[in-house]
Design a protein around this ligand. Sequence first.
Ligand SMILES: [Zn+2]
Ligand SMILES: [Zn+2]
Length: 366
Amino acid sequence: MTLVKKAAAGLLTVVLVLVLLSAGMVESHAATMDQINDGDVFLKQSRSGYCTLTSATMMLRRYAYLRGDEDWASITEGSTADVAWLYGTGLFFTFQYPASSGTIEVSSASLPGDSENIPILVSLLETHPEGIVLYDSYAPHAVLLTDYTDGTFYCADPAGGYGSGRIPLSESYAVRADNASCYWYVSSPAVQLECSHKWQFVVDTQPGCETSGTGHEVCSLCGEVKPEVTLEPTGHDLLMTESHPASYYADGSRTYVCRTCGESKTVTLPMRTGIRITKQPVSQTAAIGQDVAFTVQANGKDLRYQWYFSEDQGKTWEIFQVANGSQNNTLQLVASRQNNGLLVRCEITNDQGATRLTNTAEIKIA
Ligand SMILES: [Zn+2]
Ligand SMILES: [Zn+2]
């Protein structure tokens, strides 16, 4: 009857711990892996034979740090010795350390030895980020086993001259995972490392050419989710499929199709409003009485022509009032003694207000 009651009480405790864990009320989220591996956390033993005491002290410091205890550094070899050390004998198999943040319970257990040790140690480190004191009776020596990362055990060796801070266990003085015979561990409620978040971006709704999307960051280690963010529209990825350049007579157009959504769009290129002379009038030599023609050719819409003449080498210009074609693109004259050396040119205008003057051409009598 008593046994059944005890079992029930144990089960209740397990259930409560699980409820607390799932509600995120874990006792600690106070420190990251980097913080508890900081050089200041680790210690070197003050004298030979103190390796278990110093290793246990480092374990208590890391546990207190993870529990959010600001006084973790006040845990020293001396303060641990006060409650856990029997001079001439060694570290107690179980003890309680009175930390500022509350009592820390420490227990010990033996290991089967050889390769059977490995999975046990790996599993212990998963639930004890503060580490465990690992004792090798062959050496004999103890280190603080800190973590198992990428297939390697790491430790802090209290022995002077065997690396400072966190080092691979294989580089410690004589302690090897498969030779280890027993370990000390914190049996108080588990503490957890603060997640050193590894954020990954997840798209919830793909943005379109003209519509925005949504996405959020999620930690691939702990699953924490950041608030949703808006993704800007990507804009169309336009490919030109047709092109009609604008001319002096008509509008042009360009047609595009979006490679993403297939939408097509045509833009108008406005007609060119200027005037472009494509052929200038050229000077003519003729015999008296012969017909002479000056021609200009130009691009443009609704063009008007007006020919001018100059009798003083281009100083002043007058409008041809009566000449044949004086308001046409071809001016026709008859060569005479009077118009020998006459200069002519044409002014071209359009409805948009553009004006162009041709080069000057001359009549010479042969
Ligand atoms: Zn995380
Ligand atoms: Zn598109």
